[in-house]
Design a protein around this ligand. Structure first.
Ligand SMILES: NC(=O)c1ccc[n+]([C@@H]2O[C@H](COP(=O)([O-])OP(=O)(O)OC[C@H]3O[C@@H](n4cnc5c(N)ncnc54)[C@H](OP(=O)(O)O)[C@@H]3O)[C@@H](O)[C@H]2O)c1
Length: 429
């Protein structure tokens, strides 16, 4: 059977865009054998046509004129690989309104403008796919949207930022935070400005997208509570080791009591838990649901070619399902409230630095007990100028633990603000 020629366009021809063109050319025969289609990039939008490209673009491929893509009826599908929220959002909306399916690798775009973009795609009856926007080559969106469509996924737990995972893994090996960050930058894991990674903002955008797809509800970046790893100190890493745990930046999306809770925070992860084994710049996401119990997907969460491979896979899916009307129907989404953040129940690790005086532990325990928080494990250690209490609580609502620690911080014998991190040890239901 003769292949059907599918002309496509790219918005952006940088690291990812050039790799998409290369993969489509180099793997053209395989894609054609699998789908019967020959996907060909015929135009790519850039800012500067004269710039040198990692994979040279063919003649007349590069353009600075978006209109020449949007209004060309021969272009069957467009991949947005330019990044940023504007003008990417405006372009994507125009393309969808022109009836062109869109594939995007842009997490900020989907996490910030998702509801509007999904609505327009649904109104126009065109496909919008965004696998590459979360964890690059790990096929999470497809698994959630397609393979697990008949499963009530009620929890997503993940390590979704490779830079912070690399830094925490190096800190475990005894390297300081600053040195580990510098190493991550040298190896190309961290951007020159790593703020979005280390502050948890990058992971928060990915968790908003995963929660949106997993729960079939609109979860925006503004619904995610997040903190980064800037406050993680060597003594926390050491305390985790002594408790047979490890410190990881964990994204957790939970569906409970008719609402959702999505957060990204450093956590103490039990050594036997699958997320504890995720090392270096790798990502891993666990999906927990009624019928599936627990599925863990792990792999490289970033990189130009990894991201490009997910973009190409989405393009192939669009082409392969064009006649079946595959669509994430916007009208079928449910409206879920965000749960009060203080209601989330978990075990917690608490570190309190105190004067080494008799009765201190009893005072601390009293404040915790007043909020109904009980201690499951305790380690007391001498410091040069006092002592530290490293304790793990039984399961309690985070709001109660925070309230107890606020009063603990006011005790005369307590020095500085206590550290609080969630403990992750439970497996699928
Ligand atoms: N690189 C990765 O490892 C990775 C991983 C996961 C997701 N992503 C996502 O993939 C997307 C692309 O990333 P990238 O690393 O390929 O970025 P990049 O190398 O900076 O490339 C961006 C491309 O878009 C073009 N562009 C940007 N703004 C434009 C505008 N206003 N008008 C026209 N063209 C514009 C640029 O044109 P010029 O070349 O002329 O400047 C360039 O070709 C982003 O959303 C990113 O978050 C990347």
């Amino acid at each position: 059977m003769a292949a059907v020629d599918v002309p496509v366009a790219l918005l952006g021809y940088g690291t990812v865009g050039a790799a998409v063109n290369r993969l489509l050319i180099e793997n053209g025969d395989e894609i054609e054998r699998a789908t019967g289609h020959r996907i060909r990039v015929v135009r790519a939008l850039v800012r500067d046509q004269a710039r040198e490209r990692s994979f040279p673009a063919g003649d007349d491929l590069l353009t600075t004129d978006f209109e020449s893509i949007c209004s060309d009826p021969s272009i069957a599908l467009v991949a947005e690989v330019m990044g940023g929220v504007e003008p990417a959002a405006d372009y994507v909306l125009q393309l969808l309104r022109a009836g062109k399916p869109v594939v995007s690798a842009n997490k900020q775009l989907i996490a910030r403008r998702g509801p509007e973009i999904f609505r327009v795609a649904s109104e126009e009856g065109v496909q919008l796919r965004f696998e590459a926007s979360v964890c690059a080559a790990i096929p999470l969106i497809k698994v959630l949207r397609e393979s697990l469509v008949a499963t009530n996924v009620h929890r997503v737990l993940g390590i979704v930022n490779g830079t912070t995972n690399f830094i925490l893994t190096r800190m475990e090996a005894g390297v300081g935070y600053g040195e580990a960050l510098a190493e991550a930058q040298q190896l190309g894991y961290a951007e020159t400005d790593p703020t979005d990674d280390v502050s948890g903002a990058d992971a928060a955008a990915k968790m908003a997208i995963l929660a949106t797809v997993a729960f079939g509800a609109r979860v925006g970046l503004e619904d995610v509570l997040y903190e980064g790893i800037e406050q993680v100190r060597p003594e926390h890493v050491e305390a985790a080791r002594e408790l047979d745990m490890t410190v990881r930046l964990v994204g957790a999306a939970t569906l409970a009591d008719g609402g959702f809770d999505v957060r990204v925070q450093p956590a103490f992860v039990d050594r036997r838990h699958p997320l504890a084994a995720v090392e270096g710049a790798f990502n891993a996401v666990m999906l927990q649901g009624d019928a599936i119990r627990e599925i863990t997907l792990e792999g490289p969460g970033a990189g130009g070619v990894e991201t490009a491979s997910a973009v190409v896979a989405d393009m192939v899916s669009v082409v392969g399902t064009a006649a079946t009307g595959f669509l994430h129907n916007d009208a079928a989404w449910r409206t879920l409230p965000r749960l009060p953040p203080g209601d989330l129940r978990s075990r917690y690790y608490v570190r309190i630095e105190v004067d080494d005086r008799p009765g201190v532990l009893a005072h601390v325990a009293e404040q915790l007990a007043a909020q109904g928080v009980s201690i499951a494990r305790l380690a007391q250690r001498q410091l040069p100028d006092g002592a530290s209490l490293d304790l793990v609580t039984h399961e309690a609502p985070s709001g109660r633990v925070e309230a107890a620690l606020a009063t603990v911080a006011e005790l005369a014998e307590v020095k500085g603000a206590p550290t609080l991190m969630r403990v992750i040890s439970e497996r699928g239901v």
